[in-house]
Design a protein. Structure first.
Length: 319
């Protein structure tokens, strides 16, 4: 009887540590391939399975634009919104597109030399595209320049740009994460890990890097020195990240996983501060949900969007 009581008590304790969202909104009901939140969490760009790209204003819950990415049935597998909310980018396996958020106009569409994997867009409209063949395209539409970075030897899984578009961070199956100058193609730091790099992220100023591999190793690095600030204290054998964003003046790192998790970490210590699980919808046929993107909707709230079509709001923990 004592064992049963202990089990029930532990279960209740775990449940209490993972409270429900402050607010939940069903944004879409059809399947989606990817979604991105703006830096302030007031815009969402969703790549749907049947209705093209949808840009939503989350403050009013109104859809602003519907975009079609290139040729018919060329669905976007990755999306990005610039930190200043001026540009949006969409990436399919065969092409990349740039959009103007203010008026919904297309800024350009470019075919790719290899299958596209990941895209990022900066405040000036500069694009960074990771490709299946290990190369990376640094494209600056306004200046008409293109740099093809060949620092990786295998598929590039994740890319990130600083807000000004000058610094690029890329992670690959070749076990390398490389910080490089996006305007010249010159590498600045090359960090070799023991496993495939699944997720990378830069803060807006480009002073911090996040690198997560295919097991349970995830680090936060000072880009000036190239040295690790902290390693996330992950207590299980495997944790992959589907998204990561620095917040609260770079004191916090907010991450999402393919296993419904939203987690807040202390940048300096790598300790977990809070974690939640996004909800499943009644129509969901599988138990899991990928957390596509996370952001701070205001200093006191975190917002997430996931593959179940839900936008959820969580309280920023005191730390």
């Amino acid at each position: 009887m004592k064992k049963i009581f202990t089990l029930v008590f532990c279960t209740l304790l775990i449940t209490a540590c993972q409270p429900k969202a402050l607010q939940t909104h069903q944004l879409i009901t059809e399947p989606s391939y990817d979604a991105s939140l703006s830096e302030q969490g007031d815009l969402a760009l969703v790549s749907t399975a049947n209705s093209g790209l949808q840009l939503w204003d989350l403050k009013t819950n109104q859809q602003r634009f519907t975009w079609i990415h290139g040729e018919a049935n060329n669905s976007a597998v990755d999306t990005s919104i610039s930190p200043n909310q001026v540009f949006a980018a969409s990436l399919s396996r065969s092409s990349v597109a740039l959009w103007n958020i203010s008026d919904g106009s297309s800024q350009g569409w470019w075919s790719l030399p290899s299958s596209g994997q990941s895209v990022a867009v900066a405040n000036n409209g500069a694009l960074l595209i990771g490709l299946n063949d290990g190369s990376v395209m640094s494209l600056r539409p306004n200046g008409g320049s293109l740099i093809k970075f060949l620092g990786h030897t295998e598929k590039v899984n994740s890319v990130s740009l600083s807000a000004d578009g000058r610094l690029a961070l890329t992670g690959s199956n070749d076990q390398h994460a490389i910080l490089w100058n996006a305007t010249t193609g010159q590498p600045i730091h090359d960090w070799h890990q023991n496993n495939r790099i699944i997720s990378v992220g830069l803060n807006k100023s480009g002073t911090l890097s996040f690198i997560g591999d295919s097991t349970n190793i995830a680090k936060i690095i000072n880009n000036k020195s190239g040295e690790s600030i902290s390693q996330l204290k992950i207590l299980r054998r495997k944790m992959n990240f589907s998204t990561a964003r620095f917040s609260n003046q770079d004191t916090l790192l907010i991450t999402g996983t393919p296993a419904r998790e939203v987690i807040v970490w202390n940048v300096q210590t790598g300790r977990k501060i809070a974690n939640w699980q996004v909800q499943r919808t009644k129509r969901a046929q599988i138990k899991g949900a990928v957390v596509y993107s996370v952001a701070n909707s205001d200093p006191n709230q975190i917002i997430s969007i996931s593959s179940n079509g839900l936008v959820e709001t969580w309280p920023v923990p005191v730390h």
